[in-house]
Design a protein around this ligand. Sequence first.
Ligand SMILES: Cc1ncc(COP(=O)(O)O)c(C=O)c1O
Length: 355
Amino acid sequence: MTNEHLHPETLAVSAGRPAHTAGAGINVPISLNSTFVAGGPINYGRTGNETWQPLEEAISALEEAEETLLFSSGMAAITAVFSLLPHGAPVVASHEGYSGTMALLKRYHAEARLEVRFVDITDTKEVLSQLQGAAFLWVESPTNPGLGVAEVAVIIGEAKKRNLGVGFDNTFATPLNQKPLTFGADVVMHSVTKYLAGHSDVILGSLSTKDPALHARLHDVRVSLGSIAGPFEAWLALRGIRTFPLRFARAQSTAAALVKKLKSHTSVSNVRYPGFGAIISFEVKGDAVATERVCDGATLILNATSLGGVETTWERRRRWERESHSVPENLIRLSVGCEHIDDLWADIDSALKKA
Ligand SMILES: Cc1ncc(COP(=O)(O)O)c(C=O)c1O
């Protein structure tokens, strides 16, 4: 059976398994090797690792990619993409997005390393008007933390018509909600740290593509930057990916139900939810101090950054110096995990009341 006929739930469980050989382990071993006997497919641990490949295959299967490369973090993967662009290349990117990506793009722009045209990625007209003469479009949708949604198929299609390269951060939506390569994106990036690994115990990134030439260039970047994954991290993420569709489906349905409850809570305003995924942003009726009190006041929910783990976390995003000042001081980003909804709601309601 080929991958095309299998559902994502099945691919997550079966992709990247060792061959079904009598007596063989059904899981991939952790390959702790920096060097390999000459003459085989891998010579040195910075160019390849037997534990990366099965995870790369599993992510490729989920994203409908031909090839995936693991990186030491999501940011290492993003840096690899932008390192392919020539000096001064015009890039169209959202003015709201993951603060690490924003900081990188702002720095590259300030140094004239890239000419970044920051746009409201949810405003298709504005995006299209900036594509003219640009070399590359970088999309994050939904955006972090405002949860704005771009017209993904339209802007990718228009960018490709104008011969731009397109990169897509699919961390929030995950391939269970959208597969940007199928809309024509050239490269899809994940912070594997989040839903794919899913247990808040690894930092990893990935880049997936259908284009063998682009894959080869990104592979060269990974080798020369040395931004490689640790074998144990890769193994943990592969174990995590086996349950990713289950965890994500559960978190997503809980998030949709929590949105309804939050919308009718008297201490909450401006609940943002794109209609899919498991991240909700909302504002507390109060100032930054009151919002911090809410985040500290839960007993189950952890006041912690990052997202996509089995455990529910939340944080006041503006506690970070580098978060965009367009994000309200009283905005909480909630990453819904796999606990029971009644327990989560009781915790949220009690934290809001205490504050
Ligand atoms: C949407 C998004 N993209 C990229 C990253 C960066 O990933 P990493 O922390 O694995 O480097 C993050 C991290 O929070 C993120 O939320």
